[in-house]
Write a protein that binds this ligand. Structure first.
Ligand code: MG
Length: 452
């Protein structure tokens, strides 16, 4: 059987790897699997209206009623379909990928991406006999639904809006020409902020900057923060589930900084609670959570694994090292605007600048790398590695994570989407982390060559 779903939905280059025919058949297979009342949303990509119409046709053909939410952030679709008690939803988006890509994220009735078991079921229909079509008099109906206000109001209701409004923060937003434009500026405005924006026009060619916010493409936002004397800057990815923060000096904070800051605040409000994160997360998160008396619940790498662990265990806070914060009182999924509101709330409560709040968080030297490895050798390589590597503590939840007595660690895991092994490492100094990566990279390469 073929495979459609990667680590985060179905993605590919438009009209090459993902076509209208595919999306129609996929949407019909999803309709067969999830139920009758299905939400549909899209991001601002040039091909998104085309795929929306394909998805509508597929869903109607199997008798689903389509609730078209229009252009909105992925987390807005996720929250609103749960709020309306629908059976599930589809988001036409390729998240932070380059403009030639598009894809489909599939959301269950609980507002979280579907688990792997349902993906298998959908692929079974798609690659098998195909979707079961409705009779002519049972094809579905389509409804347009304007839900963005519901989403905006919910995010605002979860923070102390009065307290934030008193501060009259100045906020600089880089909306990345993406779906964040229809929500984030309005949320900031209603929280009493003076809002400055760049790349606010929705444009699927992403003329302002690449759709994935990274420290090397946020120069314009840095300038905006400085020239407007803003209290903070925030950049969103294409479907607005991730946000990256800049302090008032224009310094870009890596994702784990905002995650650690919000986790610390959450544990102050809910002492002794659990926080979900994946085995690739920084010791900074572990230190913060333990210091506040909380407990880490570890998962495999992947936002869906974190979300699903939150749902299954009733945990209200989770996050990823790349800046995806999940606030369960809203919805246990990544949400760039919710994270923005939480950080504004922390700043209002503490009465200190963002750089000051970040300065007191623990910091470690980190390094990521990759080693090429054919997909069919990955499993065998992992087995050999497990017998070769030496460390006092080894965790096998996702690949191999080796812990050393001085607090250093390295995670070696096969990528789910590419023919590579990913390496994540952390230590207290840059020299140590570099050495750790180099040594282990050599062991992996030698292992691969020995069985090629
Ligand atoms: Mg995204």
């Amino acid at each position: 059987m073929g495979q459609l779903f990667g680590t985060n939905g179905v993605r590919g280059v438009v009209n090459q790897e993902i076509t209208v025919d595919m999306v129609t058949r996929l949407a019909a297979s999803i309709g067969n699997t999830l139920g009758k009342e299905i939400a549909l949303g899209r991001d601002g990509r040039l091909s998104s209206p085309m795929f929306r119409d394909a998805a509508v046709s597929g869903l109607l053909s199997v008798g689903c009623n389509v609730h078209d939410f229009g252009l909105l952030p992925t987390p807005a679709l996720q929250y609103c379909l749960k709020n309306l008690n629908l059976d599930g939803g589809l988001m036409i988006t390729a998240s932070h990928n380059p403009p030639q890509f598009n894809g489909v994220k599939v959301v269950a009735r609980d507002g979280v991406e579907i688990p792997r078991s349902l993906e298998d079921q959908i692929e079974g229909i798609y690659f098998g006999k195909g979707p079961k079509l409705a009779s002519w008099d049972n094809v579905g109906k389509i409804y347009s639904r304007d839900v963005i206000e519901t989403y905006i109001n919910k995010v605002i209701s979860l923070v102390n809006a009065e307290k934030i409004r008193e501060k009259h923060f100045k906020v600089a937003l880089d909306l990345g020409n993406g779906a964040a434009s229809v929500a984030a500026p309005y949320i900031a405005q209603r929280l009493g902020c003076e809002v400055y924006t760049i790349n606010a026009e929705i444009d699927g060619r992403f003329p302002g900057r690449e759709s994935e916010p990274r420290p090397d493409n946020l120069g314009n936002l840095q300038l905006l923060v400085k020239s407007t004397k803003s209290d903070l800057g925030i950049a969103f990815d294409g479907d607005a589930d991730r946000s990256i923060f800049l302090d008032e000096k224009g310094e870009v904070l890596y994702g784990d900084r905002s995650f650690a800051l919000t986790a610390k605040d959450y544990l102050k409000r809910y002492p002794g609670s659990k926080v979900v994160t994946s085995v690739s997360s920084s010791n900074a998160i572990v230190d913060v959570v333990e210091k506040e008396g909380g407990i880490i619940h570890w998962t495999k790498v992947g936002s869906v694994d974190i979300s699903r662990a939150m749902v299954e265990n009733g945990i209200m806070f989770g996050g990823e090292e790349n800046g995806g914060v999940m606030y369960g009182f809203h919805n246990p999924v990544r949400d760039g605007s919710m994270t923005m509101a939480l950080i504004l709330w922390i700043m209002a409560n503490e009465g200190r600048s963002l750089s000051n709040l970040i300065a007191e968080l623990p910091q470690y030297a980190q390094m990521k790398d990759r080693v090429k490895c054919p997909n069919d050798l990955k499993e065998k390589v992992l087995k050999i590695l497990a017998s070769k590597v030496k460390a006092p503590k080894i965790d096998t939840m996702d690949g191999l994570k080796l812990y050393y007595p001085d607090g250093s660690w390295i995670l070696v895991r096969p990528s789910g989407t590419e023919p590579i092994y990913r390496l994540y490492a952390e230590s207290d100094t840059q020299e140590k982390v570099k050495k750790l990566v180099e040594e282990n990279k050599k062991i992996i390469e030698d292992t691969i060559y020995s069985i090629l």
